[in-house]
Design a protein around this ligand. Structure first.
Ligand SMILES: Nc1ncnc2c1ncn2[C@@H]1O[C@H](COP(=O)(O)OP(=O)(O)OP(=O)(O)O)[C@@H](O)[C@H]1O
Ligand SMILES: [Mg+2]
Length: 246
């Protein structure tokens, strides 16, 4: 089954043509990594998939729901859709005044209308999954950046999304904390979750991604198996990009 089907999507901010005809498919259970230079439109595409940004042309189908240029971003069907999509960002993911447990259980109670006891049970299970069972009562400022990102992943998993979008979730972290977050992601990927991941982590991409889409100037100019894209890129742009990273 195709989980995400993107067809010829265009998106501009005023005069700036940011997405210039993006097409890509993500099958159920796949982990697709998006790489490419700063400003090439990677984050914009993720925001369009979640319809935080309306698209100008083309179409996006997510888990059977069709998103088109003329739709209002306030449609009820979008709220339903967003419940099925998890989104983790680089930072500012957690509510600072809530414990890890409450951060994870809040949306279960409010959005999914699950009773407090069951919501906490689910939250504890998900925090355990990301290796943070001993931190359930900690507040975000009592956690390392890596631990905070793992809470954010737990919160995402608790909602049982059909698709998870991750936008450079390790790029604000110190090197020694990156590994623990990537290990959690790799495990989530192996569990069969469908994910679209923006990252510069080559090792992670090689070991855990099914495919890399390489963005350049609002287009996907290379797409294929991670090894192939990283080690034998065809275009000068991708070659330059990967040389700079290694
Ligand atoms: N809301 C917005 N309004 C105006 N311009 C925007 C907006 N969001 C993004 N842009 C512009 O669109 C272009 C693409 O931005 P985007 O964030 O998608 O790039 P990116 O590939 O994620 O880059 P990075 O690797 O730096 O995160 C940039 O030139 C950016 O300044
Ligand atoms: Mg970005």
């Amino acid at each position: 089954m195709i989980m995400v089907e993107i067809k010829e999507v265009h998106k501009s901010f005023r005069d700036l043509h940011v997405l210039r005809g993006i097409s890509m498919d993500v099958r159920e259970g796949e982990s697709v990594v998006i790489m490419g230079p700063s400003g090439s439109g990677k984050s914009t595409l993720l925001r369009c998939i979640n319809y935080l940004e309306p698209i100008d042309a083309g179409s996006i189908r997510v888990d059977g729901e069709l998103l088109t240029p003329k739709m209002s971003t306030r449609l009820a069907k979008l709220h339903k859709l967003r419940e099925r999509i998890g989104f983790v960002f680089q930072r500012f993911n957690l509510f600072p005044h809530l414990t890890a447990l409450d951060n994870v259980s809040l949306a279960l109670k409010i959005v999914k209308k699950i009773g407090p006891e069951q919501a906490e049970e689910i939250a504890i299970r998900c925090l355990e999954q990301v290796g943070l069972k001993d931190k359930i009562s900690s507040y975000p400022d009592q956690l390392s950046g890596g631990q905070q990102q793992r809470v954010a992943i737990a919160r995402c998993l608790a909602m049982e999304p059909r698709l998870i979008l991750l936008d450079e979730i390790t790029s604000a972290l110190d090197p020694e904390l990156i590994k623990e977050v990537l290990e959690v992601l790799a495990r989530v990927s192996r569990s069969g979750m469908t994910m679209i991941i923006i990252t510069h982590e080559l090792k992670f991409a090689k070991e855990s991604a099914d495919r890399i889409c390489f963005f350049y100037n609002g287009k996907i100019i290379e797409e294929g198996a991670p090894e192939q894209i990283i080690e034998s890129s065809q275009t000068a742009e991708a070659k330059r990009f990967f040389q700079a990273l290694t």
